[in-house]
Design a protein around this ligand. Structure first.
Ligand SMILES: Cc1ncc(COP(=O)(O)O)c(C=O)c1O
Length: 452
């Protein structure tokens, strides 16, 4: 057996063991396991340790200090887990090591990309004419969509930004909620929009843009709406926004990193009503679809705009004509075949399986909300999808409860400040979370609170 093959066996065996034990033991590492990570920095490039020892270090030192975010009781940020078939597909895709930039580089990656893109538009309930392209995450998808929107709005105003640049270009008014995600603000900076061009609209108690506060607009307008507030899971009123501001000079982009997936479930669609009216969307596979990092998706109602903004031409790159080339639909040229795990999940489970993943997470979040309210905690916004936001009396108590829960090792929740109050964020994004995991975690939270 070759050394490479042996290494592969070791890595697969370690991966299998890790996955099989992700539910056992504490959710986060202890201080000794974190301290041990210094071993990685202790290796010098002048004294290489060899492949066998390197892989061994990854497993013996790296594995124990990971966050068990795939073990059912990790509720931090909006970090998804991973389905078994997505993990298996990623291992095979790792062996392929395909560059998915264009069909000439990998017919396999390109065929899977095209199939997965169509499926994702379909399961998300977006117009069938929309075009999806895979990228590194929702931040990248937001940047890609906002640059595309900028170029399209300027083109409608007879300004070719590729030819003339931004200096002296017609003004684009940007309308954004005060609750927009930080990644959207980064995207605006990258796209050359300054704060003075931005009209910030107040949000309500649940984090939804207040449509009665929308400004009057005149001329090119970029509206940045959100499906799924990172803390509450609530979405902006897309119909009201489009009824007020929609028109030939308006482009609505929706940041739906996780919340867009609510549109895949008929009984949750009410929480994202009108989302299909947007011109572009950003979402993630690595959050709620439970595929491995890093996998985001940018979707444009009219894919021609995406291609116009993201196109790269070079003599050494074959012109694929109208064929789909990811390098002409996003910021990166070389890129991983991110669609492989996505296609595998969608092909394996289908529409109904995706609905089950999403709906089950929502039910788990509701279970958290109901039990904690019954015990006297305060829900800071109704649970509508997979997020529950909870306070335990005053700020200091809430912080102490979060700290004790994190120390418990049974489950992991983060903290945030929500409309001036400290709160515990509970995000159910790992498909392996069971009702039993939720009940054990509720018990842990209540114990942490009683200890006060
Ligand atoms: C609403 C929203 N938008 C954007 C992002 C950024 O996503 P990513 O980390 O995939 O870039 C997040 C991450 O939590 C989010 O919740």
């Amino acid at each position: 057996m070759s050394a490479d093959s042996e290494l592969f066996d070791v890595a697969v065996a370690a991966s299998k063991h890790y996955s099989a034990t992700a539910r056992t033991g504490p959710v986060g590492p202890d201080e000794h396991q974190v301290e041990a990570l210094k071993a990685f920095g202790a290796v010098s490039v002048d004294k290489p340790i060899g492949a066998e020892a390197a892989i061994d270090l990854l497993d013996t030192v790296g594995s124990p200090a990971t966050m068990r975010s795939t073990g059912g009781r990790y509720f931090g940020f909006v970090n998804g887990g991973v389905t078994g078939e997505a993990r298996a597909a990623a291992i095979l895709a790792g062996a392929w090591d395909q560059n998915a930039a264009l069909p000439a580089m990998s017919p396999t990656a390109s065929a899977i990309d095209a199939a997965a893109a169509e499926m994702i538009v379909d399961v998300l309930g977006l117009p069938s004419t929309a075009t999806a392209a895979f990228c590194g995450g929702a931040t990248v998808a937001n940047i890609t969509a906002i640059v595309t929107a900028r170029d399209a709005l300027l083109e409608r105003a007879d300004w070719d930004v590729h030819d003339r640049g931004l200096a002296g270009a017609p003004k684009i008014q940007v309308v954004i909620s005060e609750e927009a995600h930080v990644s959207v603000h980064k995207a605006l900076r990258v796209a050359g929009f300054g704060q003075q061009q931005v009209s910030v609209v107040a949000a309500d108690h649940a984090g939804r843009l207040d449509a009665s506060q929308l400004p009057n607009v005149d001329g090119p307008t970029l509206v940045l709406a959100q499906a799924g507030n990172v803390n509450t899971g609530h979405s902006d009123p897309f119909d009201a926004i489009m009824d007020r501001l929609g028109g030939p000079d308006t482009w609505m982009h929706v940041d739906g990193a996780f919340g867009l997936w609510a549109n895949a479930v008929p009984q949750r669609q009410v929480h994202v009503a009108g989302v299909e009216r947007a011109d572009s969307w950003a979402t993630d596979g690595h959050k709620w679809l439970n595929v491995p990092y890093d996998c985001g998706v940018v979707i444009c109602a009219d894919g021609r705009h995406l291609r116009r903004s993201m196109r790269m031409d070079a003599a050494y790159v074959p012109d694929g004509g109208e064929a789909r080339s990811l390098m002409n639909m996003g910021l990166q040229m070389s890129q991983a075949a991110r669609a492989v795990p996505v296609w595998t999940v969608l092909a394996s489970r289908g529409r109904s399986g995706v609905r089950e993943i999403i709906e089950h997470s929502c039910r788990c979040a509701e279970r958290f909300g109901d039990a904690l309210v019954a015990a006297g905690a305060e829900l800071l916004a109704p649970v509508v999808i997979n997020q529950a936001l909870v306070a335990f009396g005053d700020d200091a108590t809430t912080d102490r409860v979060v700290e004790r829960v994190q120390e418990s090792g049974t489950c992991w929740m983060g903290a945030t400040t929500w409309q001036g109050r400290r709160a515990m964020r509970i995000s159910v994004s790992d498909l392996s979370t069971t009702f039993d995991d939720v009940d054990r975690s509720i018990e842990t939270v209540l114990l942490a609170w009683q200890g006060d």
